[in-house]
Design a protein. Structure first.
Length: 260
C-alpha cells in the first residue's frame, strides 16, 4: 500500500498542477482579453473625440510625458496627423528616444523643482500655444510623484512637483496671455491630473504651515493633490475671464504606472 501511494502520488500531483496551470492560463487569457478590449475602446474613443475638436491644427502641452499616463496620452494624440505636442520633461534624451515624430513633437526641459525652469518652460509653452493654425489648445499638467528623492533645497519635492510647479506654470501662462490675449489663438483648456487618493488628505491651515517649514507630514501626496483641486476650483473662473484659460481637474482612477 505504501508502495502504491509512492508510485501514484507524484502522478496525481502532476495532473493537479497541470490542471491548475491550464485553468490559471485560461483565466489569464480571459483577463488579458478583457483588458485589451478596454484599451482598444479607450484609444478608439480618444480618436473619435479628437476628430471633433482638433480643428486645422491642434497644439497640446504635456508635462511628465515620458512614462505612464503622459506617455500614453501623447502617443494617442500623435496618432492624429493634425496634432503637435510640446513635451516638458526632466530627461530630454529619454524623450528624444521615446517620441520620433519629426516636426510634430517639440521637447523642452522642465524641472518642476526649479522655479527658473518652470518660468522658462511657461514662456516656451505660451509661444507654442499661440502659434500655428486655429484649433484645439491644451495644457495637461500630468507630471506627478508619490515618493520622490528628497529635495536638495526648497520645499518638499512632492509638493513642488504635484502642486507648486503646476500652479506656477499655469499662473505664468495666464499672465502671458493677459498681456497678449489679442494675438492668442483662442482659449486654452488646462487639465490638472489629480488622484482619488486626495480623499485621504488631512489638508488644513496647520498642514500648510508645516509644508512652509518643509515638514510635509504623512499624507503628502494626498494633501498636494487636494491643494491642486482646491486651487483649480478657486481660480478657474478668474483665469477663464481674464486670460482665456479654462481649468479643470481630472482623476484618472487607479492606473498601473511607474509613479515614484
Amino acid at each position: 500500500m505504501g508502495g502504491d501511494s509512492g508510485s501514484t502520488l507524484p502522478g496525481f500531483l502532476v495532473k493537479t498542477l497541470y490542471a491548475g496551470a491550464c485553468f490559471g492560463g485560461a483565466a489569464c487569457l480571459v483577463v488579458g482579453a478583457r483588458q485589451a478590449g478596454r484599451i482598444y475602446k479607450a484609444r478608439r474613443r480618444i480618436q473619435e473625440l479628437l476628430a471633433d475638436v482638433v480643428g486645422a491644427q491642434a497644439r497640446v502641452v504635456i508635462t511628465g510625458a515620458t512614462s505612464g499616463i503622459g506617455r500614453e496620452l501623447t502617443e494617442q494624440l500623435l496618432r492624429h496627423p493634425d496634432v503637435s505636442v510640446l513635451v516638458g520633461c526632466r530627461d530630454v534624451q529619454k524623450a528624444n528616444r521615446v517620441f520620433v515624430y519629426p516636426d510634430r513633437v517639440f521637447i523642452h526641459r522642465l524641472d518642476l523643482l526649479d522655479p527658473d525652469s518652470v518660468q522658462a518652460f511657461a514662456d516656451e509653452a505660451h509661444s507654442f500655444l499661440k502659434g500655428g493654425e486655429p484649433g484645439l489648445r491644451m495644457l495637461v499638467n500630468n507630471a506627478g510623484v508619490m515618493k520622490p528623492p528628497p529635495a536638495t533645497k526648497g520645499l518638499d519635492a512632492t509638493w513642488q512637483t504635484n502642486f507648486f510647479g503646476p500652479f506656477l506654470l499655469t499662473e505664468l501662462l495666464g499672465r502671458f496671455r493677459i498681456t497678449e490675449l489679442a494675438s492668442c489663438a483662442g482659449a486654452v483648456r488646462v487639465v490638472q491630473v489629480s488622484s482619488r487618493l486626495e480623499k485621504r488628505s488631512k489638508l488644513d491651515s496647520d498642514t500648510l504651515e508645516a509644508v512652509d517649514k518643509n515638514q510635509a507630514g504623512d499624507y503628502t501626496y494626498a494633501d498636494s493633490k487636494r491643494a491642486m483641486m482646491l486651487w483649480t476650483s478657486v481660480r478657474a473662473q478668474s483665469l477663464a475671464f481674464k486670460s482665456g484659460l479654462f481649468c479643470h481637474a481630472a482623476t484618472p482612477g487607479m492606473v498601473d504606472t511607474d509613479l515614484g
